[in-house]
Design a protein around this ligand. Structure first.
Ligand code: IYR
Length: 232
């Protein structure tokens, strides 16, 4: 039996199962196997060239790039399709300075008071410290917030959903030749206050821009496929 529905204005879709909610056919073009693999290789090559960056150029980045990256993030799958994320973007120098000051205060506590020896050892090769100049140099700061609740209702798999959205966000920025850092000053509650998002949890703080001309990154290796994939 065919069920015709007007799910989106102007689009008449025909579905074959007796749904109780609106459904649409989903029939993306089936790629020949080799073409699919070629695309997979190209996608891996693209992502493999990405690095987290701590030295940014102050060169401006158009707001459209931020909008495109958030549009990409906004396509992420989420628990119950609740889309429990909100990205807050600023290029305001005064707000960036206040975020830097608050982040550095937390980081000073982390590095000089709270940091436990195992942490220190695990982070040593990144040569990070409490100074976060990039929070003022990068033209944009974007904070991903997680919504544990929406209109008083609990959201499901909130962290997983926001994490996936952030992954898409990072990949989209990279595809545009932009760099970022998954910066997580700990705790990040100051971002709720500074950016006016009470009731939402700051999840990742992304400085965004082009890498500085003299940008350097730690000499890291990705673990081999044999350690990343088990065919059980
Ligand atoms: N938040 C601190 C420490 C830090 C933690 C991890 I996990 C890193 O991968 C890098 C740094 C900082 O940003 O310096």
């Amino acid at each position: 039996m065919n069920w015709s529905k007007q799910s989106h204005p102007g689009i008449v879709a025909t579905v074959t199962r007796p749904h109780t909610h609106p459904f649409l056919p989903y029939t993306p073009p089936r790629l020949p196997i080799e073409e699919g693999l070629d695309r997979g290789r190209a996608f891996h090559r693209l992502l493999d060239a990405r690095r987290s960056v701590r030295w940014f150029s102050p060169d401006p980045v158009p707001v459209q790039a931020i909008e495109l990256a958030v549009q990409a993030a906004n396509t992420a799958p989420s628990g119950a399709h609740q889309q429990p994320w909100r990205f807050v973007a600023t290029q305001d120098p005064d707000l960036k300075r206040r975020i830097r000051e608050a982040a550095e205060e937390e980081e000073r506590r982390f590095y000089h008071e709270r940091e436990i020896p195992e942490w220190r050892a695990a982070l040593a090769h990144l040569e990070t410290d409490a100074t976060k100049e990039f929070l003022e140099v990068a033209p944009w700061l974007v904070v991903a917030f997680a919504q544990k609740q929406q209109d008083g209702r609990k959201t499901y798999y909130t962290s997983e959903s926001v994490g996936i959205a952030c992954g898409f966000f990072i990949a989209a920025l990279h595809s545009m030749g932009l760099a970022t850092l998954t910066h997580t000053p700990n705790p990040m509650t100051f971002l709720q206050d500074l950016l006016g998002r009470p009731g939402e949890r700051a999840y990742i703080l992304f400085p965004i821009g082009y890498p500085a001309d003299d940008c350097e990154v730690p000499d890291l290796r990705r673990k081999p496929l044999s350690e990343a994939l088990t065919l059980a």
